[in-house]
Design a protein around this ligand. Structure first.
Ligand code: NAI
Length: 434
């Protein structure tokens, strides 16, 4: 248990600016606003003390204030050292939330921030819910603070990499509470990971480098949901895209979309821009760095920085490193310059502002529904990983239709019977892949 620090942000004076942007974001986050309207009066999260560890952005501020509106107490840290938007953190701190997040912290401060979120307020009440993105908070609680586990009703996890860690824990018998995998709601991974990256990848590269995109060659490693959005983002900007994959299905998908699919060893020589999107480690290594063209740009949009072998780069060529501006560094390898963005950490949050509000509303509506379910019905779940039922996935999508002018057909009974679904849905079997 640590001494109470109410909050720690870069500059509380940024709160007013943050509040204005939160107002704009709310208008783009109809799912969260609908949950406030539906559950705000009943306060179903009353008594919940949710510790959250998720990029402290403007969109996340709207999530936090939704959880509070539903009755929860909330503490917050960011799940990446570069992803905090300082005006968002300031606005949330000014609203009375214990938030510990600023852009550009070091690894030690990162752990300190997460640790502050475990106990609430002056009376130091422990957390009883976890909302995580990538599993760092979950790991801290389960591995370092096991005495806190018995109070916790469950956890919800935002991203592919965090979910992967949870399934590992199930296998090893070390998941000690029920978990909801938010990532694999269709309205999360098939939207945030894909359409989010389609907007935020090129945005990040442009903000960082101002390089002309059209006419360049980019290599995207990994053609899962994030890779699909990333490749599309680049192609839309006139970039010629080469994809690398290990999975024959995803490789075939990429080829059918018209992308070249090559081994990285082959493609790296052509790359003006090299992006990792695999959620795997050791994708870009020494031999690739040595094969790159002069002034090639290297970045990662996966959750952790180990997709790029930054350890090798910093040990072998750290002396040549020149900071062009924060989160943009130039290294020189055998006479060739390499531009590395966000020190190999996820580039769309390190060099830009992450995904737009509208797509994050889909993700965070799933998060809120997961927290509601675990808090109000947690005893129904075992210490396993669950996804939200399809009717809730469909509900999340439904809440986002009106904002963008979508009209939906309605089945009549004969049609519903013919395809064997209820008139109100769910409309697909669990095996359907969208
Ligand atoms: P995914 O599992 O759908 O896709 C990853 C793909 O990489 C798979 O198709 C896999 O076959 C491929 N892959 C694995 N090893 C490879 C290798 N050595 N070479 C080439 N391809 C390889 O996962 P998803 O959802 O696309 O997520 C990827 C990463 O991005 C995860 O770390 C996830 O947490 C993160 N993420 C980041 C977001 C952001 O805004 N920056 C948003 C959502 C997820």
């Amino acid at each position: 248990e640590t001494d109470f620090v109410k909050y720690k942000v870069k500059d509380i004076a940024l709160a007013e600016w943050g509040r204005k942007e939160i107002g704009l974001a709310e208008a783009e986050m109809p799912g969260l606003m609908a949950l406030r309207a539906e559950f705000g009066a009943a306060k179903p999260l009353a008594g919940a003390r949710i510790a959250g560890c998720l990029h402290m952005t403007i969109q996340t501020a709207v999530l936090i204030e939704t959880l509070i509106e539903l009755g929860a107490e909330v503490t917050w840290s960011s799940c990446n050292i570069f992803s905090t938007q300082d005006h968002a953190a300031a606005a949330i701190a000014a609203a009375g939330v214990s938030v510990y997040a600023w852009k550009g912290m070091n690894a030690e401060e990162f752990d300190w921030c997460i640790e502050q979120t475990l106990y609430f307020g002056e009376d130091r009440k422990p957390l009883n819910m976890i909302l995580d993105d990538g599993g760092d908070l979950t790991n801290m609680v389960l591995d370092l603070f096991p005495e806190l586990v018995s109070e916790i009703r469950g956890l919800s996890e935002e991203t592919t990499t965090g979910v992967h860690r949870l399934y590992e824990r199930v296998k090893n018998g070390t998941l000690l509470m029920p978990a909801i995998n938010v990532n694999d709601s269709v309205t999360k991974s098939k939207f945030d990971n894909k359409y989010g990256c389609r907007e935020s990848l090129v945005d990040a590269i442009r903000r960082a480098t101002d390089v002309m995109m059209a006419g360049k060659v980019a290599v995207v490693c990994g053609y899962g949901d994030v890779g699909k959005g990333s490749a599309d983002s680049l192609r839309s900007s006139g970039v010629r895209v080469i994809v690398t994959e290990i999975d024959p299905i995803c490789a075939l998908q990429a080829a059918m979309e018209g992308f070249e699919v090559k081994k990285l060893d082959t493609a790296v020589k052509e790359a003006d821009i090299l992006v990792t999107a695999t959620g795997n480690c050791n994708i870009v290594r020494e031999k690739h760095f040595r094969a790159l063209k002069d002034k090639a740009i290297v970045c990662n949009i996966g959750h952790f920085d180990n997709e790029i072998d930054m350890a090798w780069l910093n040990s072998a060529y750290g002396d040549s490193k020149i900071e062009i501006k924060p989160q943009v560094d130039k290294y020189t390898i055998d006479g060739n310059d390499v531009i590395v963005l966000a020190e190999g950490r996820l580039v769309n949050l390190g060099c830009a502002t992450g995904h737009p509000s509208f797509v994050m509303s889909n993700s965070f509506t799933n998060q809120t529904l997961a927290q509601l379910e675990l808090w109000t019905n947690g005893s129904a779940y075992e210490n396993k990983v669950y996804t939200l039922p399809k009717h809730l996935d469909e509900k999340v999508a439904r809440l986002h239709l009106a904002k963008i002018g979508v009209e939906l057909e309605v089945l009549d009974q004969e049609q519903a019977d013919y395809i064997g679904v209820p008139v109100q849905g769910p409309f697909k079997s669990d095996a359907y892949r969208y």
